[in-house]
Design a protein around this ligand. Sequence first.
Ligand SMILES: Cc1cc2nc3c(=O)[nH]c(=O)nc-3n(C[C@H](O)[C@H](O)[C@H](O)COP(=O)(O)OP(=O)(O)OC[C@H]3O[C@@H](n4cnc5c(N)ncnc54)[C@H](O)[C@@H]3O)c2cc1C
Length: 250
Amino acid sequence: MIFDTIVIGAGHAGCEASLAVARSGFKVLLITGSIDRIAALSCNPAIGGVGKGHLVKEIDALGGEMPNIADLSGIHFKILNSSRGPAVQATRCQNDMNLYQLKMTEQIFSTNNLYIQQDNVIEILTDKDGALGVRALRSGKIYSKTIIVTVGTFLNGQIHIGDEKSSEGRIGESIVPGLSKSLKSLGFELGRFKTGTCPRLDGRTIDYSKTIKQEPEHSVAMFSFENNSPLIRQVSCHITHTNPNTHEII
Ligand SMILES: Cc1cc2nc3c(=O)[nH]c(=O)nc-3n(C[C@H](O)[C@H](O)[C@H](O)COP(=O)(O)OP(=O)(O)OC[C@H]3O[C@@H](n4cnc5c(N)ncnc54)[C@H](O)[C@@H]3O)c2cc1C
């Protein structure tokens, strides 16, 4: 089968891209490493904030899916910088990671023109006129003249934990080599960004009496104009701070 578009990677960008293509009436193949990890939220499952909040609002204006699903799965909403002027205020929510993934996966699987393949792309195929398709590890050659690459942090990604280093896109999700090399051989310049992540704590080990409770806000601007207020049970966040002892350990 020849597709109008192939999207590589069903993270947030890949889901929006493939939905947009399919809803415009074109046949799109979304190829992703694991269909169980479609639209997996990052380690800090927050959506919005200054900068990214604007992006999510723009996706809503363009008919995208993230804003609605962020509202549907939001468990703690807050307006950031509410004591400052409107230019720097932004909605941010914490999300139920499983619910977010489930709702986006439902959307992906129920959209016409959108085909899903669980596989890893290892090469972009080209001829002198441009893109021809991709080569995937198990499925082999698949053809389309339009290819959208949305592979997030998986291109040659590395994770450092203490002195240990491993090749992973996210923790526990290995990288299938090939695509970085293929992009490089086509003349794309590859760089690497750095991000850090928060420690995962077992809630049962935390003495909440020593934390500052942050209640959710119920009267906030939602991400989608379709929604007016939080839609599921809201929970509080709990704030702690580092101190000279933790600085010493770091
Ligand atoms: C340690 C860490 C902490 C982070 N913390 C935050 C945070 O707190 N807040 C935040 O907003 N962002 C955070 N990020 C960034 C986060 O990754 C992005 O915000 C978000 O996931 C980007 O979405 P995406 O669609 O671009 O890519 P991703 O969500 O990474 O999705 C990429 C998808 O492509 C698939 N894929 C990759 N290679 C291939 C291939 N060759 N063939 C087929 N499929 C492939 C992967 O399996 C994955 O499903 C963090 C990232 C890391 C690594």
